[in-house]
Write a protein that binds this ligand. Structure first.
Ligand code: GLN
Length: 200
């Protein structure tokens, strides 16, 4: 049974859970989901993989760095200590990966600009192409960030009109859109399959 953790600080958490359950059924792999709110949840869970959902990164930083939680520093340590640990960061999750603000190296080799398409009214949905999945993918962008610069060491995971909207580095995947809001579970399946491979 693969143990997958979800950072439950704020935002799009529950939809990720159902996307993971659907993806697990599709790949025929058993998973258990672990809700992470405090640093101790991460220690107890002994995870194989992790999701950092979208939401409001400023709120996540406040809650997750608060002394009653301590989750964010623990999450960054968990990710940093082994690049083969599969991690999916979407939207605000991608912001946290590129800019952990903990004095350490970024967790993905890219810089990112918040709310870079404009405000809530500039949220949109459009077809993108995923180089990683090898097919079109429905892109849901909600007050989405945009990559400003991407190191050559990153693999392109998805593009929208030629602009990179998803990158992969080691087993870390950062997407500026919300894959959990579409019927295509491709990126969630990747996380589960990568976790199975890393656990083997
Ligand atoms: N605008 C949010 C931020 O800057 C990200 C939006 C999202 O995760 N949907 O944190």
């Amino acid at each position: 049974m693969l143990r997958i953790g979800l950072v439950m600080l704020q935002g799009a958490r529950h939809v990720h859970m159902s996307a993971l359950q659907r993806a697990a059924e599709e790949c025929g792999i058993e998973i258990s989901l672990h809700e992470l709110r405090m640093a101790s949840d991460l220690v107890d869970a002994d995870l194989h993989a992790m999701v950092l959902p979208g939401g409001e990164s400023t709120t996540m930083r406040l809650t997750g760095n608060h002394e009653t939680s301590g989750l964010l520093p623990a999450v960054f340590d968990w990710i940093r200590s082994d690049p083969s640990r599969p991690v999916l960061g979407t939207c605000a999750g991608a912001i946290l990966l590129s800019d952990p603000q903990d004095g350490g190296e970024p967790l993905i080799p890219a810089s990112i600009g918040r709310n870079a398409y404009g405000s809530q009214v500039d949220s949109f949905q459009d077809e993108l192409y995923s180089e990683m999945l090898g097919r079109d993918f429905p892109g849901v962008f909600i007050r989405a960030p945009r990559f400003d610069s991407i190191d050559d060491s990153a693999e392109v995971a998805a593009t929208h009109d030629g602009e990179v909207v998803g990158i992969k580095h080691a087993n870390r995947l950062a997407l500026t859109f919300h894959p959990e809001l579409s019927a295509d579970t491709g990126f969630h399946r990747w996380l589960i399959e990568a976790a199975e491979e890393a656990a083997a």
